[in-house]
Unconditional design. Structure first.
Length: 352
């Protein structure tokens, strides 16, 4: 029988806050209008507040509500044309002028990719004397990435509050893109605010973000390879509710007939747990049927209901645990589903 140690979250002091405490800040931020001057915008967003956390929240909420992801820019294969001027004496002035025009264009069009979200957030923070940095790195977006190396594909921000660094992803907090599964082309953007990506300590943020290099890499004990080998969490709902889980690694090395022990603490009640894999997947409970001319609707599939397989588990308070026996040498991945929703993905390597 094989057991894997659990990974606890960091005990770094949290920013004293709760979601409800920002309702007044959020309402105020949503009332602020851009008047073709981002310096004025930064002042108006933060004028009512004295503490950095509430200033940050107002900036964060305004950007997530007013800037949409420019998915057409990505589909067209365009790139950010930042000036290359290291060989010139006035390079810093050239950079400043370019960034000034870049930020103005974002605010005029109300569209940006991750780089634009990060630069705008950083600029509005700096205008309020809040220490903020842009971080480029690796962001986990697909289940198949578990156990595989990645290229740098995203950027986000770190802010200093009371001598501690906290991390925020304005892009992911603002919404998401619907993607064509066959071509990978982005079809449309959906505004969908995600509280989870607001001021997180590294232990939580690093579940799906890891910096490329520099200070923010040096200050963590988590290596890039360890990050690549983390489990994949399918949704913000899972990230918000799970506290610690075993196995802590997303790459599980086993032999045929080994038993894997799973355990985790989960705030939200789970009624049923299933395991999907490349060997067996529970059929979808819903199917699409015609509902008139050019219309369809989803209906419950009675055949699929009879084919569902569930995992017996033990529950003590908010702690869940169960076992899985490896029966097939071709097992490649395991996907835990909570109440029929894919939740956590592991890569499995069955060795002789």
């Amino acid at each position: 029988m094989i057991f894997f140690g659990s990974l606890g979250l960091s005990t770094t002091a949290q920013v004293k806050q709760d979601t409800g405490s920002f309702s007044d800040v959020d309402s105020f931020a949503l009332s602020v209008k851009y008047k073709n001057d981002y310096i004025l915008l930064s002042k108006e967003l933060t004028a009512p507040y004295y503490d950095d956390t509430r200033k940050l929240r107002s900036i964060f909420k305004w950007i997530t509500a007013n800037i949409e992801y420019d998915y057409r820019f990505i589909n067209n294969g365009k790139e950010i044309n930042e000036p290359e001027c290291s060989d010139k004496i006035d390079c810093s002035l050239i950079q400043q002028d370019w960034e000034n025009r870049y930020i103005k264009r974002i605010l005029k069009t109300r569209k940006a990719v991750a780089d634009g979200y990060c630069r705008l957030f950083k600029k509005l923070c700096e205008l309020n004397n809040i220490q903020c940095e842009m971080i480029s790195g690796y962001a986990r977006t697909k289940a198949y990435q578990v156990g595989n190396p990645m290229s740098v594909n995203h950027c986000w921000n770190a802010v200093m509050i009371d001598t501690n660094w906290y991390y925020t992803d304005v892009t992911w907090a603002a919404g998401f893109c619907v993607e064509d599964e066959e071509t990978g082309r982005l079809l449309r953007y959906v505004k969908d605010f995600k509280e989870y990506y607001w001021l997180k300590p590294f232990a939580e943020f690093s579940r799906n973000h890891y910096p490329k290099k520099g200070f923010f890499t040096e200050t963590t004990s988590l290596s890039k390879e360890q990050f690549f080998n983390k489990p994949f969490y399918y949704s913000v709902e899972v990230l918000e509710n799970i506290k610690e889980n075993t196995p802590a690694t997303g790459v599980i090395k086993v032999k045929k007939s080994d038993t894997i022990f799973f355990s985790f603490e989960y705030k939200k009640e789970i009624r049923q747990i299933q395991i999907n894999s490349n060997v067996y997947r529970n059929p979808s409970l819903w199917m699409t049927v015609p509902a008139g001319r050019r219309k369809t609707k989803l209906v419950r599939d009675s055949w699929a209901e009879k084919k569902q397989q569930f995992i017996p588990f033990e529950k003590h308070d908010n702690c869940y645990s169960f076992y899985y026996i490896v029966k097939d040498m071709s097992l490649y991945y395991l996907e835990l589903a909570f109440d029929f929703k894919p939740s956590i993905r592991y890569r499995v390597r069955v060795e002789n």
